[in-house]
Design a protein around this ligand. Structure first.
Ligand SMILES: C[S@@+](CC[C@H](N)C(=O)[O-])C[C@H]1O[C@@H](n2cnc3c(N)ncnc32)[C@H](O)[C@@H]1O
Length: 373
């Protein structure tokens, strides 16, 4: 049984009590979804560099498309990996844009050290606010979040297409979509929901600080991907896709998707694991965060604390809505649905997750995670 204890987080406006757990006390534990906030550190960048599937799919794609082309790398990060890969592959010139000043500074140093300062120009700022001397032939970016568009890929890449890339220019990645699978979290972690291990506190504090107040931040489930047995015990259905984002096609950052999950196993339905599928190029098999170890961790959408009993053939019908938050870049998500069981009346269920909305302790899940003082 996971052991939980109470701790405190620093937040604008004062300390916030939090439910915490020891790291090794549960096969599944919570982390904050951080990629959509400017809180990247060495650990976060390293996790991306160590994601071998991601690295090899992108490296291959850049080697294929960059030779002889001008390239825009949006969100180059401190390692400038795709900018350097493009320059090494023979790109004519690379514009490497990065919004975090410290990451841009380190990227510049790494590019100089690698001997590519004449072929790569680092531009500090948001891609949506910069100008280039002329539109480029191709755009590479990895601003894919724990959900397909949660880091702003939809709106940022649409802006790039309209202003910074030549008509018909190539986009890497090609496509991403959010995925959803029904989850029995109780059987996955053998009892009560754990909280955040102490190593997560500073990330939650930084997200609160970047937004300016504590709020019901998006959480992810660590431990599901790396552990096939836990996954087998906890996934109650096959996965469905929502929030399709076509970077080389009709790119729609907002939308409503009506879908249905059919339960394939009996269990207690506690919520959804939401992941991301990423097609780096059109002919690649997608990277899939619900079933592969990766730097993208499944988001937890809690729907029922105790879990609703379900049997094979029962269904969860829902609408998944993506709307742009007022920063014009990061989406807010909402899900409204009905559990349809052979055994009884339909049960309405819902979940919402904003990028920086002001709701705090709005649902039983968050009242348990952030207990009142
Ligand atoms: C997921 S990391 C990827 C870093 C690196 N490209 C890689 O793939 O390893 C995303 C990076 O993009 C930056 N970023 C996100 N949106 C951006 C935008 N619109 N303009 C500039 N930088 C952005 C973030 O600050 C972060 O450093």
């Amino acid at each position: 049984m996971p052991r939980s204890f109470r701790a405190e987080l620093a937040a604008p406006g004062g300390k916030v009590p939090v439910r915490a757990c020891e790291l090794e006390s549960s096969p599944v534990w919570l982390f904050a979804s951080i990629g959509e906030y400017p809180v990247y550190d060495d650990v976060a960048y390293e996790a991306m560099i160590n994601d071998e599937r991601r690295m090899s799919a992108y490296t291959e794609a850049v080697r294929r498309y960059a030779p002889g082309r001008t390239v825009l790398d949006i969100g180059t990060g401190q390692d400038a990996v795709w900018a350097l890969a493009a320059a090494r592959a023979g790109a004519r010139h690379v514009w490497a844009v990065e919004v975090i000043p410290e990451s841009a500074r380190i990227a510049r140093k790494n590019i100089e050290k690698a001997g590519f300062a004449d072929r790569i120009t680092v531009v500090e700022g948001l891609s949506t606010e910069i100008e280039l001397p002329e539109p480029v032939d191709m755009c590479v970016s990895e601003i894919i979040g724990t959900l397909a568009g949660s880091e702003g890929a939809g709106s940022v890449l649409r802006d790039a297409r309209e202003r910074l890339v030549k008509p018909g220019g190539v986009f890497i990645p090609h496509r991403s979509a959010t995925t959803a699978v029904a989850l029995d979290l109780n059987s996955a972690n053998l009892g009560t929901l754990p909280g955040f291990p102490p190593l997560v506190f500073r990330y939650v504090e930084e997200v609160f600080a970047s937004v300016g107040r504590p709020f019901d931040l998006r959480v992810v489930l660590e431990g599901l991907q790396d552990n096939p047995r836990v996954r087998q015990r906890s996934y109650l259905s096959d996965a469905v896709e929502v929030e399709p984002l076509e970077y080389n096609g009709d790119l729609q950052p907002e939308g409503v998707d009506a879908v249905e999950l059919t339960f394939t196993r009996a269990g207690r339905f506690s919520g959804l694991a939401l992941g991301v599928r990423l097609w780096v190029t059109e002919d690649d098999e997608p990277l899939d965060s619900l079933v592969q170890s990766s730097n993208w961790t499944p988001v937890y959408a809690p729907l029922s604390e105790e879990g609703l009993p379900v049997r094979p053939g029962d269904r969860f019908e829902f609408e998944f809505t993506t709307t742009m938050s007022d920063d014009g870049v990061h989406p807010d998500y909402a899900l409204v649905g009905q559990l349809q069981r052979a055994s009884g009346p339909a049960v309405p269920l819902s979940w919402g997750s904003t990028h920086h909305g002001d709701g705090f302790r709005e649902t039983p899940f968050y009242r348990s995670l952030f207990p009142a003082p």
